[in-house]
Design a protein around this ligand. Structure first.
Ligand code: AMP
Ligand code: MG
Length: 286
């Protein structure tokens, strides 16, 4: 059993051609993977409890991918066992006027999870080197004038430094790219149109953006190569089967949190001596 998604190489030489969106990570089908996913979701719940109690580390989970890639569904399923008190989900949309007046990392910085919490970014500051790169007309005027290659290189550096500072401050950064095939996206968008309760998720832009499919893939590939670092590498999720991406995300989260070997804080020594006396008193009152 594999279950773990591929780590994008940190040498800047990865290629999306080597990543099959329909890969099932060693599992035959959804039924075969059910037990592992269930077990990981239960494990995640316990690990989150210690994460909250110990408050030594925070976890930032970044979800990137095209429309219909399964980001929303992954949040709904993989995080279903988590205690909502310790989780925040932030969906990054087209920036507001206020957000555009700030450096692009600002809105991400104010949405970061604190130590003890898991923060999920449904899209993120990576949009500022992806969608904005494909559509430079979205840039604020001063930046629109700059030489673009310099601009993106500079942003990659800023993002890498931003993430390094997070990791150095005990915020673990886990980045997932949902690698969806063009065909499967068409099927999912079609399903959205066929089902009236899913119409709200549909946007005409989803269809027009498909014309830029290969540009997006190229820009994603460059971004993965420029920002997969030893401190915050990218995971590439095969996204054509939702159960596979769910399985892979849960696997990475469980392994990463387990590796921290977190423990519940113990009572301070002066309180430990009082433990029996307090219990005696409470027993009388119970
Ligand atoms: P959705 O995730 O379907 O709700 O759509 C959100 C939309 O906001 C997507 O089309 C994103 O590309 C867009 N978006 C997110 N961040 C930015 C950004 N920094 N600049 C421009 N568009 C963005
Ligand atoms: Mg959308």
């Amino acid at each position: 059993m594999r279950a773990s998604p591929s780590l994008w190489p940190v040498n800047g030489k990865g290629s999306l051609k080597n990543c099959d969106p329909a890969d099932t990570l060693g599992f035959r089908d959804k039924r075969g993977a059910k037990h592992k996913l269930k077990a990981d979701i239960v494990a995640l719940s316990g690990l989150q409890d210690v994460l909250m109690a110990s408050a030594r580390f925070g976890v930032l989970v970044v979800f990137q991918g095209t429309d219909g890639a399964g980001k929303d569904s992954a949040i709904k399923h993989v995080m279903s066992g988590l205690n909502p008190q310790g989780v925040s989900v932030h969906a990054f949309k087209q920036p507001s006027e206020e957000e555009l007046r700030h450096p692009y990392l600002w809105r991400a910085a104010i949405a970061l999870p604190e130590r003890g919490r898991i923060g999920i970014f449904n899209r993120s500051y990576y949009e500022d080197v992806i969608v904005v790169r494909v559509h430079p007309e979205l840039l604020a005027p001063d930046f629109a004038k700059q030489a673009k290659e310099t601009l993106w290189k500079r942003r990659f550096r800023q993002i890498n430094e931003f993430e390094r500072s997070l990791v150095e401050n005990n915020i673990i950064v886990l980045k997932f790219y949902f690698n969806l095939s063009k065909k499967e996206q068409a099927r999912r968008l079609l399903a959205r149109l066929r089902e009236p309760s899913k119409h709200w998720k549909f946007s005409a832009a989803d269809v027009t953006q498909r014309k830029r499919w290969s540009t997006y893939k190229r820009v994603y590939e460059e971004t993965l190569n420029a920002t997969s670092t030893p401190w915050a590498p990218w995971y590439v999720l095969p996204a054509d089967h939702k159960w596979v991406s769910h399985l892979a995300i849960a696997d990475v989260l469980v392994r990463r949190l387990r590796a921290l070997r977190l423990e519940y804080p113990t009572l301070p020594s002066e309180s430990r001596g009082m433990l029996r006396a307090w219990m005696r008193q409470l027993k009388k009152e119970a």
